[in-house]
Write a protein that binds this ligand. Structure first.
Ligand code: AMP
Ligand code: MG
Length: 496
C-alpha cells in the first residue's frame, strides 16, 4: 500500500497555477536510504512545520524526495542565463524541484524546493544529484549570511541519500531543502525573452510584481518600476556582501534573484586578508567574479534583466524604452555607493554624514589592503579601539605606525557625536561580526561530515556562525584567520 502523503505544510502554489509554460512537472527521484542529517528548527517553525510531531523517518523521506508532501506541485522551473558572460538559452532546474509555496509566520510567501532530487527535463548531461559536502556548504553559508542580516535563501533540511554520486571521485549523495522568497531569477526572464515570448515575459513580470512589489501592481509604469526595485535590492545586497567580505564566486544571471536574496552557494567564500582582487573559485580563471568586481557585475546582470523588459517598458518605442531602462542601469553605481557608504559609516561607528566620510572609509580599506590585514578582525577590533583599546587592532598591522594618522582622523570624526567610547564599541560590535564561516573551518566541518559521517564540527560551526556578533569563551578558534599558506592555495569548487 502506498504511504499517504504527509500533511507537513499548507501549500499554496501560485507559480505553478499562474505560469503554465514556465516549468515542467517532475517527480523527485527515489533514493535508497534517506537519512536526515540536519533540520533547521528555527526555519521550520517559521514555516509552520511542527518539528516535535515530525516523525524523523517521514522527514527523511520527504526531504529526501521519496515522499511528496500533501499539497505540493513538484515542478522544475525553466530559466536561461549568462554564464561567465556567455549566453546559454536553456539552463533551468536541472537538479532541483520546487515543491510549492507556503505563507510563513510573518505573512511572507516562501518557496520550498529540493536540490539534488534527480534528473529533470533541464538536466542536460547532469545526473540531477548533489553531494553531502556542497549541500552542507550551502546550509552553513546560508545560515551565516542570514545571521549577518543579509537577504538569503536558507536551508530547511539536509538529507543523506544513501547513494553514491560520481564527480571527480565517488561522493556520498545528499539533498538540500531550500527555502527562498522566490526562485525567480534574471535568467527566468531571459529564457522567455530570447524566445520572443513577450506575453510570457509580461505574465512573469506581473507575477513577480504581485509577489515582491505589490504596491506597483496598478502603476502604469510598473515594468520600469520593477527594474528599479530589482536594481535597488541588488545594490543593497551587493553592498552588504562587500561589507562582510563575501565573494559569491559565480554571479551568473541565473544566480541573481528578483527578490534580492543571495542564491546558490557554490564556490563562494568569505575573504580573509583584504584584497579586492580575491577570487577563490576554481572555474573563475580570469577573476570575472572577484570580490572587487561584484558591484560592476551586478550592474551588468541588471542590464541583461532590463533587456528582457524593453518591450514591456514601452511597447511603441524601443528607443524610448532603451533610454528609460538605461537611466535606471546608469543610476545603479550611485545607489550601490550610497548603500555601501551608509553601511561603512555604521561599521566605522560614525553618526551622521560628513563630506569626508567616503575618503575616510577608502583610506581605511587602503591600509588594510597595503598590509593584507584580516578583513573581519580589522573591523571588529576597530570597535575595541573606539573604547580606548587600540592594541588588538594595531597588532593586526605589520607596520602599525602607518595606521596612526588614520586612527587620529577617525577618532576626531567619530567622537563628534558625543557618544561614549563604550557605546560606540557596542554599536560597532553589533555590526562587525567576530565569527564568519572561515574557509578552513568550513572545509574541516564538511570533510568530517562527508568522509567520516561525523556532523559534530558542522553543527558547531552552524551554531557559531548563527551568533556572529557575540564573543564567546571557547570559540576563539573560530575567530582566527586561516594560516596564510592555506588561504593562498584555497580554491572553491562549484560542487555540482
Ligand atoms: P549552478 O551551478 O547550480 O548555478 O547550476 C547551473 C545550471 O547547471 C543549472 O541549470 C543547474 O540545474 C545545472 N546543474 C548543475 N549541476 C547539475 C547536475 N548535477 N545535474 C543536472 N543539472 C545540473
Ligand atoms: Mg544556479
Amino acid at each position: 500500500m502506498p504511504t499517504p502523503a504527509p500533511e507537513l505544510f499548507r501549500f499554496d502554489n501560485t507559480y505553478a497555477r499562474a505560469l503554465p509554460g514556465c516549468y515542467a512537472p517532475v517527480t523527485p527521484a527515489t533514493v535508497p536510504a534517506p537519512q536526515l542529517l540536519q533540520l533547521n528548527q528555527a526555519l521550520a517553525g517559521e514555516l509552520g512545520l511542527d518539528v516535535a510531531r515530525l516523525d524523523p523517518e517521514v522527514g527523511a523521506a520527504v526531504f529526501g524526495g521519496n515522499l511528496v508532501p500533501a499539497g505540493a506541485t513538484p515542478i522544475a522551473q525553466a530559466y536561461a542565463g549568462h554564464q561567465f558572460g556567455g549566453f546559454v538559452p536553456q539552463l533551468g532546474d536541472g537538479r532541483a524541484v520546487l515543491l510549492g509555496e507556503v505563507i510563513d509566520r510573518h505573512g511572507r510567501r516562501r518557496d520550498i524546493a529540493l536540490k539534488g532530487s534527480g534528473r529533470t527535463p533541464f538536466s542536460r548531461g547532469g545526473d540531477g544529484k548533489a553531494a553531502v559536502g556542497p549541500v552542507l556548504r550551502e546550509y552553513v553559508i546560508g545560515e551565516a549570511m542570514h545571521a549577518l542580516g543579509i537577504p538569503t535563501t536558507r536551508a530547511l533540511a539536509a538529507v543523506r541519500s544513501g547513494e553514491t554520486v560520481w564527480r571527480d571521485r565517488p561522493l556520498p549523495g545528499a539533498l538540500l531543502t531550500r527555502v527562498a522568497g522566490s526562485h525567480v531569477r534574471v535568467g527566468t526572464f531571459q529564457f522567455f525573452a530570447v524566445r520572443g515570448q513577450h506575453d510570457t515575459v509580461r505574465a512573469l513580470a506581473d507575477y513577480v510584481i504581485a509577489r515582491h512589489d505589490p504596491d506597483l501592481a496598478a502603476d502604469p509604469d510598473r515594468y520600469l518600476g520593477l527594474l528599479s526595485r530589482v536594481a535597488a535590492r541588488q545594490a543593497a545586497l551587493i553592498a552588504q556582501w562587500m561589507l562582510v567580505g563575501f565573494i559569491h564566486g559565480v554571479m551568473n544571471t541565473d544566480n541573481m534573484t528578483i527578490s534580492g536574496e543571495t542564491i546558490d552557494y557554490g564556490p563562494c567564500a568569505f575573504m580573509e586578508a583584504y584584497d579586492p582582487a580575491t577570487v577563490f573559485s576554481s572555474i573563475d580563471a580570469h577573476g570575472r567574479y572577484a570580490y572587487g568586481n561584484q558591484p560592476a557585475i551586478a550592474r551588468w546582470n541588471l542590464a541583461r534583466f532590463a533587456e528582457t523588459l524593453l518591450p514591456l517598458i514601452d511597447p511603441d518605442s524601443s528607443a524610448q524604452a532603451i533610454a528609460r531602462a538605461t537611466a535606471v542601469i546608469e543610476a545603479f553605481p550611485d545607489h550601490y555607493a550610497t548603500s555601501w557608504l551608509d553601511g561603512a559609516r555604521a561599521k566605522l561607528g560614525l553618526h551622521g554624514a560628513d563630506a569626508d566620510d567616503e575618503t575616510l572609509a577608502a583610506d581605511w580599506l587602503a591600509l588594510l589592503a597595503a598590509q593584507q590585514v584580516d578583513f573581519t578582525l580589522a573591523w571588529r577590533r576597530l570597535g575595541d579601539a573606539a573604547a580606548g583599546d587600540a592594541q588588538p587592532l594595531t597588532g593586526l598591522f605589520a607596520d602599525a605606525a602607518a595606521l596612526t594618522p588614520w586612527l587620529d582622523r577617525w577618532r576626531r570624526r567619530a567622537e563628534r557625536d558625543g557618544r561614549s567610547g563604550d557605546e560606540r564599541r557596542d554599536a560597532m560590535q553589533r555590526l562587525n561580526p567576530l565569527y564568519i564561516a572561515r574557509n578552513h573551518r568550513v572545509e574541516e566541518a564538511l570533510d568530517a561530515a562527508s568522509t567520516h559521517g561525523d556532523l559534530t564540527a558542522f553543527e558547531r560551526l552552524v551554531e557559531v556562525v548563527s551568533q556572529p556578533f557575540d564573543e564567546r569563551r571557547g570559540w576563539e578558534r573560530y575567530a582566527e584567520p586561516a594560516p596564510r599558506e592555506v588561504t593562498a592555495r584555497y580554491q572553491t569548487f562549484c560542487g555540482t
